[in-house]
Each structure stands twice: as structure tokens, then as C-alpha cells.
Design a protein around this ligand. Structure first.
Ligand code: ZN
Length: 466
């Protein structure tokens, strides 16, 4: 077929309902498949991801966005990419507001005086001088707060007690997290002095979960904090006595002008189409409470190790380049990814062939989802088949690309999701317990093996996923 004939056939098949016909499919070479298999098996014996994760979490530790620790992590990443022999290593600037946690305390004053374990939510403002002493206005859910009359809230400390449900997919997070993101502005509009939420987490430890609060422009800003799950239970029991419950809450934080941080990028150059590349994403910043091992040190380590395994062990370089992007300031609102997407949208987004993100902890990959054109589905199906021995199935939903890489999906890049088992993820997520000892090295190897299959086949197949 001439190029014109191929285009005509494609146009015709689109007109007939968008289904690709066998004649126009760009085949996947047997050699590519064989290499992907070999690399997959090598990954299962390779502990590089664990070593990278141990290095990052030990030598840098927590790395709050825009803090000196995030800058240290970025220097760590540049040095590691160079040490591993990536062909191109560079940084792209990102402006990030600088939020700092200073102190936080809460206690019940009446009727049963006692301290409560809390953590300020990320980006929370301080309480006024002397803290807030006020009655609790309890709501079971964010929706109940929304429906409430201002007279129930005014002058009080709002408490939202919704409990996150545990699912393998993390599906309990979305409904629960509204209380954290939107609760403060909703409460403030109704005259609340501060807000406390039950931690958005599935554990029963006395460790509160932080995470970003999103202040809306048109609402006053009030201090926001999360109670650990057992403390939220305790407060619900105290409220159950039916008496007025008085709390004393003090939160001290600072918010400074944006500072220049960076998305750190390492690239393995392709052999035939080096200006086209497959994107592997994760975020280098973490919250300040743990050492960011599962969120998202694991993703950093998995994607760096997968690209490195290909450059070190493939008998020949794949056709296209592999671009590993370590985004800045995901936790403060996808700041690095949004700025990257903005910078590349009108420029070279068409060279971003396909991408995915590892940002759901360190549990094993169990399903592969994709958002690609129909004529490339046979390649994604082959990826899933090669991941089959790793315990991976083809997902029955579209991919969204993860929080950061999803921003590139929104501006037209095809995406995959290598879906991880998140059953335990929200026991640790955004807590002081997010530390290296929670990571299973065997599961980490399995992740790298799955990413190597996706990355190698996507980079070596000459067709388009768009
Ligand atoms: Zn994350």
C-alpha cells in the first residue's frame, strides 16, 4: 500500500465506525517482543529500584515541595541520572509556593478534657493569635456540611467525620477526600472559625494523614487539620453524650512567595526516532511527615530503574527515546505537571508518544488500562499478555494517566495506567508511617518488570498510539 492508500483506508474505517482493519495495523516485530520478555525476566532479579528508593529516603528523607529538602532531592535526582548513565539529564523550572508547618495542637476543653492527635493540612493558614476556642459543629459528611444552614456553623469549629472505605483500586479516596479539599472553604463561607476532618486514610493508627486543602478564592481562609482515625472516633463518642463539646485548636504555619523549583528529567536516547519519546512519570516531592517511600519515592525508583534496565540490558536501543520525568510539587496541587504541560502543549506535545505514571505506592501491578487509538490496541494487548505471568490482567476501564502524567493526557498524549494493588496504600499515605520498611522489594521488582514491558514495546513499535 502507498501512504495515500493507507490514509484512505484509515479514513474509510473511521467513517465506518472507527474500527481499525487488519490491513492497516502496524505490526509489532517479534524481535521487540522477545527483547521485552528477556528484559521483564531480568527485572525480576534486579534490586536497582529498591536501592534507589533506599538512597532517596535515607539520604534525603522527607522532601516537602519548595523546601530546601525538595531542592536536595532534585540534586539527588540529577546526580543519580548521571551516575546511571542516562544520555540527557536536565531540569525545567517550576514556580512553587512555599508552605511551612510550624506547630499544631488540639484538645478537648469540655466535657472531657484531653489532647487530640492532629496534623495541619497542607497549605493551611494559621489560627489567629491565641488559637481558636470554640464549640464543635459535627457533620457526618461534606455533603451534610454543604446542606447545613450558616446558623449551625457560625463561630464554631466544623468537624467532618466521614470515614474512607478500603478498596484495591483506591476507589474510596475520591468520595472521602472532598472533606479535605473543599471542606475548609465551605465551612468558612458559613462563618466557621476552623475545620477538623477525620483523616482520609484506612488505618487505625494514631497517626493523622495530611494532604492539601484547596482554598477557594471567594471564601475566607480558616485553619484546617486532620484528626487520626482513633481520635476522630474518640471525638464522635464524646459528641455522643449530647453535651456541648468545646475544643481548643492552635495551628501555626507560614506561606511564602513562590520559589523556583524544577521538574528533573532523564532521557535514554532512541536508536531511530530519538526526538520521539515515551514518558514515564512520578513525583519527587513528598509530604513532610514520613520519608515519602510509598508516595512517591517508589514511583521515582520504579520509573528510573525501568528506563535504566532498558539502557543497560537491551541488546539494542529501542527506536524511540525514553523520558523519565520526576515532577515537582505534586502534593501542593500538581504544580510541576501543570507547568510542564503548559510549556510543552503548543511546542512538542506530539513528540510525547505515550506515557504513564507510577504514583500509587509500592504494591504489585495487577491491571493494565489504556487510552489509545483502536489501531494500536493490539500493541497494548501484547503488553498485557507479556505482563500476564506477572499477575497482570487487561483492565476494563480507560486509563487517565495518573495525577501528573494525566495533565499531558489532557493535552492529547495517549496514556496507560499500570494499576497497582492499593489495598493497604491508604493505611500509610501522607502519614509519618510512610517509610522504607513498608516497601516489599519483591513487589518493587514486579513493578519494574511490568514497566519495562510497557516502555520497551511502546518505544520500539513504529506505529502511533494517537
Ligand atoms: Zn503521590
Amino acid at each position: 500500500m502507498t501512504m495515500k492508500n493507507i490514509l484512505t483506508a484509515a479514513a474509510l474505517s473511521m467513517a465506518l465506525g472507527g474500527m481499525a482493519t487488519a490491513a492497516e495495523l502496524v505490526p509489532l516485530a517479534d524481535e521487540s517482543v522477545e527483547t521485552a520478555k528477556v528484559l521483564r525476566d531480568k527485572a525480576l532479579e534486579n534490586d536497582e529500584a529498591y536501592e534507589l528508593l533506599a538512597s532517596l529516603t535515607t539520604e534525603v528523607g522527607a522532601r516537602l515541595a519548595a523546601s530546601p529538602k525538595e531542592a536536595e532531592a532534585q540534586a539527588w535526582a540529577v546526580a543519580k541520572f548521571l551516575e546511571l548513565g542516562f544520555d540527557r539529564v536536565w531540569k525545567e523550572p517550576v514556580m512553587v509556593p512555599k508552605w511551612t508547618r510550624l506547630s499544631e495542637s488540639a484538645h478537648v476543653a469540655e466535657p472531657f478534657a484531653q489532647p487530640l492527635t492532629i496534623t495541619a493540612l497542607g497549605k493551611s493558614v494559621s489560627t489567629p493569635e491565641g488559637g481558636v476556642q470554640a464549640e464543635v459543629a459535627h457533620f457526618a459528611t461534606f455533603e451534610d456540611l454543604k446542606a447545613a444552614d450558616a446558623s449551625e456553623v457560625e463561630g464554631k469549629i466544623v468537624f467532618i467525620s466521614n470515614r474512607m472505605e478500603r478498596f484495591k483500586t483506591g476507589a474510596g479516596y475520591g468520595p472521602a477526600v472532598r472533606a479535605r479539599g473543599a471542606g475548609a472553604s465551605e465551612a468558612a463561607r458559613k462563618g466557621a472559625k476552623a475545620i477538623l476532618i477525620r483523616s482520609i486514610g484506612t488505618d487505625t493508627h494514631r497517626l493523622p494523614h495530611t494532604g492539601g486543602v484547596n482554598y477557594e478564592e471567594d471564601a475566607p481562609k480558616i485553619a484546617a487539620a486532620a484528626l487520626s482515625n482513633p481520635d476522630a472516633d474518640q471525638l464522635v463518642r464524646i459528641l455522643g453524650y449530647g453535651e456541648t463539646v468545646q475544643l481548643d485548636l492552635t495551628i501555626q504555619t507560614t506561606m511564602e512567595e513562590p520559589v523556583e523549583m524544577f521538574n528533573v528529567i532523564g532521557e535514554v536516547t532512541g536508536s531511530e526516532a530519538p526526538d520521539e519519546f515515551v514518558v514515564l512519570g512520578s513525583h519527587l516531592d513528598s509530604w513532610d511527615l514520613g520519608t515519602g517511600a510509598i508516595d512517591d519515592g517508589a514511583g521515582v525508583a520504579i520509573t528510573m530503574a525501568a528506563a535504566n534496565l532498558i539502557q543497560d540490558m537491551a541488546p539494542k536501543r529501542p527506536r524511540r527515546s525514553i523520558r523519565v520525568i520526576l515532577f515537582s510539587a505534586e502534593e501542593l496541587g500538581l504544580i510541576g505537571a501543570r507547568q510542564y504541560a503548559e510549556a510543552h502543549e503548543g511546542k512538542d506535545i506530539d513528540k510525547h508518544i505515550i506515557g504513564g505514571e507510577s504514583d500509587f505506592g509500592a504494591g504489585p501491578v495487577w491491571a493494565l488500562a489504556s487510552t489509545v487509538n483502536p489501531a494500536s490496541l493490539h500493541v497494548v494487548d501484547k503488553m498485557a499478555a507479556l505482563m500476564g505471568p506477572l499477575g497482570v490482567v487487561r483492565a476494563d476501564r480507560k486509563a487517565y494517566g495518573g495525577p501528573d502524567v494525566g495533565q499531558l493526557g489532557k493535552v492529547g498524549m495517549p496514556v496507560v495506567d499500570l494499576m497497582q494493588d492499593g489495598t493497604d496504600y491508604f493505611d500509610l499515605h501522607h502519614t509519618a508511617d510512610d517509610t522504607l520498611d513498608k516497601v516489599d522489594p519483591v513487589a518493587l521488582r514486579q513493578n519494574v518488570a511490568a514497566w519495562v514491558v510497557f516502555t520497551y514495546l511502546a518505544a520500539d513499535w513504529p506505529g502511533s498510539f494517537r
